[in-house]
Design a protein around this ligand. Structure first.
Ligand SMILES: CC(=O)[C@@H](O)[C@H](O)COP(=O)(O)O
Ligand SMILES: NCC(=O)COP(=O)(O)O
Length: 250
């Protein structure tokens, strides 16, 4: 089954936040995305609310519940108390935990599973207690022992951090090396019984080689490149292009 597409709405929220005005509408563009074939919506509410505001969360949750009950809400964030309370309030189908410092410009690395095992054990247990799927952001490192920790702390999936791969848009030889590292990491995760998501700087161009190397990829979450394309092609056509790049028969 081809990977599902979850649309990250952070970039749209960032554009909206340039003015004290309600457009572009974050939930409104989420609705266009789901209508056009996306399988879910992703948000990464950072503590300073520079992209997604906490007040964006209810309209997105309500949109999915009322009009797209098959779609999934994915909330990403560092597991501090404020984020965990938002998760408890809005009950996303999936929570993706990232090791981001609040000062970080964007996500740029996966968890150090050995070092953070204790933190993850506690937090994943709390989220699993709410019945939510939990995914842990992971670097493209085929490190079996680290991935075993991800599984042992109770995660359902990992999300492969694809930033370095996305950054190789003008270096096909390096991209081929990195897609192999992503694939080798996914192979181990699957062997351990984990599901595998991927995200960060994915595009219509770099998705097909990734999907070909990891045919059992569960989901990709995409925001920046997808929003850039939406300016050129419109949101609905962009969703169809990304779904096709995932291998979906659109
Ligand atoms: C985990 C991840 O890779 C995404 O959350 C990505 O970092 C988007 O976040 P920003 O849009 O806040 O940069
Ligand atoms: N989970 C990763 C994600 O949502 C990717 O966002 P972007 O790098 O495509 O903006």
């Amino acid at each position: 089954m081809p990977a599902k597409l979850s649309v990250n709405l952070n970039a749209i929220a960032m554009l909206r936040n340039r003015r004290d005005l309600p457009w572009p509408s974050v939930a409104g563009l989420g609705k266009i995305a789901l209508t056009a074939g996306a399988s879910g919506l992703t948000v990464h509410p950072r503590p300073d609310q520079r992209h997604i505001r906490f007040t964006d969360l209810s309209p997105i949750r309500s949109l999915i519940d009322a009009e797209f009950p098959q779609a999934e809400f994915n909330m990403e964030g560092y597991p501090e108390e404020g984020f965990l309370r938002l998760v408890e309030e809005h009950r996303p189908e999936q929570v993706t935990l990232v090791p981001d410092d609040p000062a970080q410009a964007t996500s740029d690395h996966g968890w150090d599973f050995r070092k953070e095992r204790g933190v993850l054990e506690k937090v994943v247990g709390r989220l699993k207690g709410l019945g939510l799927r939990v995914s842990l952001f992971a670097d493209a490192e085929p490190d079996r022992e680290a991935l075993q920790i991800a599984r042992d702390v109770g995660a359902d999936r990992i999300e492969l951090y694809t930033g370095p791969y996305g950054g190789c848009y003008d270096d096909p030889a390096r991209a081929a090396v990195l897609v192999e590292a992503l694939g080798a990491t996914a192979d181990i995760a699957f062997e351990l019984g984990l599901g595998v998501n991927a995200g960060h700087d994915l595009t219509v161009a770099n998705l097909p080689p990734l999907a070909a190397r990891i045919p059992a990829l569960d989901e990709v979450s995409i925001g920046h490149g997808l929003t850039a394309d939406a300016l050129e092609y419109g949101m609905a056509e962009t969703i169809r292009r990304f779904c096709r790049a995932c291998g979906q028969p659109v």
